[in-house]
Design a protein around this ligand. Structure first.
Ligand code: HEM
Length: 453
């Protein structure tokens, strides 16, 4: 008979919640170092097991995904926010929505968005000048909001609506920071945090409803920047796909709103964070920065990058992968074991939660020499070949892998290419402190000085 996995002692009622809330990154790493591939700890009402062996992660995500659906974290707030959108739905609902959404994310369609991505970046640059100090996380978040809205909704959003989206996304993040006490407070309790959270959702939903209404008003014809299907001439942005499905009776208003809310949230914050961490790392590693500049200069020669140039930016891609290895915006995945299961020699009971932490695996000396070092060349094919598939999984894996992976890689490369041809970004602050929210954020503003190249 296999035995129960080891793990740290918790305190009554709070379990390990406080340790996790204080510093989730340190806590997860210390647990893996002390107890190995499978660690048991207590963050809430159900037992939780952290898996850090890529073999076990592969099994959960790829080999037996139907046995390990997404974990209901017992926190209604996230369901309030994203409803039955792609990120949270399961079973047939998920399958149907994923099939419907897929065409909006195909490589061919995504490549048609390259010009939109570059145009938005160039318009950000018109506001920048040599010597400015800017909070790069905010700059990147503003830019990626604009891009995701145009790409998903097929329309340009006015400045005022963008501001409403940004201002309301902020308190949403705060609601999801680890907090040992939160499980004692119900979501209906009128705490300031819960009130702000509700108000932010209401505002965001109102903006989304307005945009949807505008699009309906245009008969969902393509906006100026919207790509159309080459055969049918129909716009292929996600909102058009959903509205056409609604005409066929396959989509409710609520589904469309949930899907849009999901895309808005999942589709901007992660890419903005990837870019923020990349700029930070580049500024700390001038030799890497120079190599990336050399590649940009030789492939682009001073012109704005296009989607086909992006394919040639191999070193830039390695830089992005290495940034996501060290700073994965999604720092852990959660799943549920629906049946008793044996993993890594241990018995895990049905109903347990599983944590699959990118943060720990990506920094493990088992898979990476000198794991804390920023070394984009570790992504050269000959050096990467021997690593197990799930030693690196910033976009997850299996059927629930990130639908926006190609979109965000293209976007990140084009933004880097457009900005880095004009500026280098200099960071003189302390080493970044991190906080775990829904995604992994810098704790303090990332102020950088712009230096014309
Ligand atoms: C660097 C940028 C990004 C990162 C690191 C990232 C990461 C992830 C990860 C790890 C998952 C899997 C979650 C799980 O298995 O529990 C995921 C799913 C998802 N992502 Fe992304 N993502 C990024 C960009 C985007 C973009 C640009 C979009 C939309 C345009 C997007 C939309 C989604 C959606 C809808 C899902 C749920 C897919 C499903 O379950 O069918 N993501 N993402």
């Amino acid at each position: 008979m296999s035995i129960r996995p080891p793990g740290p002692n918790g305190v009554p009622l709070f379990g390990n919640g406080q340790q996790f809330a204080d510093d989730p990154f340190e806590f997860m790493t210390a647990c893996a170092d002390a107890y190995g591939d499978v660690v048991n700890f207590d963050l809430g009402p159900i037992p939780l097991y952290m898996l850090t062996n890529p073999r076990d992660i592969n099994r959960v995500l790829v080999s037996e995904p139907q046995r390990f659906p997404k974990l209901d974290l017992g926190d209604d707030a996230i369901y309030d926010l994203l409803g039955d959108g792609l990120l949270l739905s399961e079973g047939e609902t998920w399958q149907q929505q994923r099939e419907l959404a897929n065409p909006a994310f195909h490589g061919r369609r995504v490549r048609t968005l390259g010009d939109t991505m570059v145009n938005h970046t160039e318009s950000m640059l018109t506001e920048w000048s040599d010597g400015d100090h800017r909070d790069i996380q905010i700059e990147m978040a503003r830019l990626t909001v604009r891009i995701i809205v145009t790409a998903m909704l097929g329309t340009d959003i006015e400045e005022e609506r963008i501001r409403t989206v940004q201002e309301n996304l902020e308190p949403l993040g705060a609601r999801f920071e680890p907090n040992a006490f939160r499980r004692l407070i119900p979501d209906w309790a009128p705490t300031a945090e819960n009130r702000e959270f509700r108000a932010a959702i209401n505002e965001l939903e109102a903006v989304i409803d307005d945009i949807i209404a505008d699009r309906r008003g245009t008969g969902y014809t393509a906006g100026a920047e919207t790509a159309v299907d080459a055969d049918t001439d129909e716009p292929m942005d996600l909102l058009s796909l959903l509205l056409r499905a609604q005409d066929r009776g396959e989509q409710t208003d609520q589904q469309i709103r949930d899907e849009m809310m999901t895309m808005l949230l999942a589709g901007h914050d992660t890419t903005a964070l990837t870019l923020t961490y990349t700029w930070y790392l580049l500024s700390q590693h001038p030799e890497v920065e120079q190599r990336m500049h050399a590649e940009l200069d030789s492939v682009l020669g001073g012109d704005a990058p296009t989607a086909s140039d992006a394919r040639q930016l191999e070193y830039t891609e390695r830089v992005l992968n290495e940034a996501m290895r060290l700073y994965p915006p999604v720092y852990t995945l959660f799943r549920e074991a629906t049946t008793d299961v044996k993993i890594g020699g241990y018995r895990i009971p049905a109903g347990s939660g599983l944590m699959l932490p990118q943060w720990v695996v990506h920094r493990s000396p088992r898979w990476y020499d000198n794991p804390k070092q920023f070394d984009p060349d570790r992504w050269k094919p000959e050096r990467a070949a021997d690593r197990p598939r799930f030693a690196f999984f910033p976009f997850g894996g299996g059927p629930r892998h990130c639908i926006g992976k190609q979109f965000s890689m293209l976007e990140a490369k084009l933004i880097l290419g457009t900005v880095a041809q004009e500026y280098r970004l200099d960071y003189q602050g302390d080493a970044l402190n991190l906080r775990g929210s829904l995604t992994m954020h810098p704790k303090e503003p990332v102020a950088m000085e712009l230096e014309s190249r």
